[in-house]
Every structure is written in C-alpha cells, then in structure tokens.
Design a protein around this ligand. Sequence first.
Ligand SMILES: CC(C)(COP(=O)(O)OP(=O)(O)OC[C@H]1O[C@@H](n2cnc3c(N)ncnc32)[C@H](O)[C@@H]1OP(=O)(O)O)[C@@H](O)C(=O)NCCC(=O)NCCS
Length: 228
Amino acid sequence: MPVLECAVHWAVPADEPHMRDLLDAGERDRYERFMRAEDKARFVTGRFLARTVLSEATGLAPGGIRFTTDCPHCGGAHGKPRLRGSGLDFSLSHSGDRVVLVLSDGPEVGVDVERESDRDVDRLGEMVLSAPERDVLAALPPDRRKRAFHSYWCRKEALLKATGHGLAASMTAIHVSGPDEPAAVLSWDDDKAVSPVRLADLTPGPGYAASVAVLTDRPLKITETPIG
Ligand SMILES: CC(C)(COP(=O)(O)OP(=O)(O)OC[C@H]1O[C@@H](n2cnc3c(N)ncnc32)[C@H](O)[C@@H]1OP(=O)(O)O)[C@@H](O)C(=O)NCCC(=O)NCCS
C-alpha cells in the first residue's frame, strides 16, 4: 500500500503587519476580538502559516486564499477551516509558543498540540479518558502522569479535528494506545466513529505534546520542519 506523505510545519507565534495583511475581513474581525496579545499572535500566525504552505502546494497567491469554516452540525462559521476545490486537507493547532499545521494530499487530517500544564489530570481524565486509560494513568508514578495525560489528550483531539467534530464529540468514547506504545486507535464506541484511522505522535519539543490523525489506512510518512 503506498505511503501517505504528511508535511508538518511548525512556527512560533508572531504578530507582524505582513502577516495581518493577508487576513480576510472575517479573520480581521476575529483578530480584533481577541483580548490577549498572545491569542492574536497564535491566530494570525496559524492563518499565515496555512496561506504560506497552501500557496506553495497549489500555486495560488497567499493573499487570494479564502478558507471556508462551515460547521457540519449547525451551519455556523466555526467549523474546520478548508480550502475548497484544492484536493488537499490541512489542520491547524496552537498552544503556548507553538503553532503547527499539517498538510495531507487528500485524506482528512487533524493535528493537536498542547502545552503541558499543571491541570488536575485526575479530574480532567474523567472528561477525556476511557476507563482503561484512566487505569493506565492511575498506575503511573506521579512524575509521569502529566506527560501521559497530555499524550492521550492530543491523540484524541487530533482524531476529532480530522473528522471535524472537535469537542462536540465525546473523548471518553475513544480508546487509544498507551503513552509508551505507538499511537493507535484501539476502539471507538460512538455513532460518530470513523475508520480507518492512522495516528502518530509529533516532536513539539520539551513541555509540549502533539499528535496527528489521518483518516486513511495507508501508512504515514511524516516530515516535520524544525520549530522556528
Ligand atoms: C476544534 C477545537 C477542538 C479546537 O480546540 P483548541 O484546543 O482550543 O484549539 P487548537 O489550537 O488545537 O485548534 C484550533 C484550530 O482548529 C481549527 N478548527 C476549528 N474548528 C475545527 C473543527 N471543528 N475541526 C477541526 N479543526 C477545527 C481552526 O484552525 C482553529 O484555529 P484558528 O481558528 O485559529 O485557525 C474546538 O474549537 C472545538 O471543539 N470546536 C468545535 C465545537 C463544535 O463544533 N461545537 C458544535 C457547534 S454547533
């Protein structure tokens, strides 16, 4: 079976005039509504990265690229961004000092990066983890639990971003492999479940977890640009 190439592009948030210049009217409104400078920077960097990478892949001018964001559930404009008619799929994520975009030559892709935080992983685990995953987490020594939780979280959110459901679907219905095992979906007990799925972990650097999901049965060949 031919491999599916997935290009992973990393950036650090910035907020430069030449990046803002590429935003369309709706994006500018959204940019203005962010209260915190760091949220503005993550947003504008993500959209800039998407336009730069998609321009290279399609030959379109970056300034001419318009994304659709239709929500499949309610029709609102807050769904997965897409470049209609390109035959490509992409996904964006940002957290802390990381912005990441993954490009797929066809199959639906989702990416998630999370800065590891001191959130209460036991309490959050009830909203995110399946029962077997909670058992794995509880058996780990305390110094490994934060990392393990964020690994589970990213694998699941990447999958739900590939399907476009986002957090409108239950995370606890998804059972993924343990943090020390190669990333894979073991079961998904939900009417939103899809198959086949390939999962892989990325290398976001210390203090972060990141994963990619692609709705395909083809083996993935992932190339990551250096962060910067
Ligand atoms: C998608 C979602 C999980 C992202 O959560 P997050 O951890 O805060 O943010 P991330 O940085 O990982 O991802 C954000 C990016 O995902 C993309 N995105 C937004 N909605 C998406 C969706 N439904 N599916 C896939 N990707 C989505 C966008 O590119 C967004 O960044 P941008 O708007 O700055 O370009 C969350 O926004 C969500 O669940 N949205 C859908 C909720 C929904 O559909 N509710 C039902 C309404 S009727």
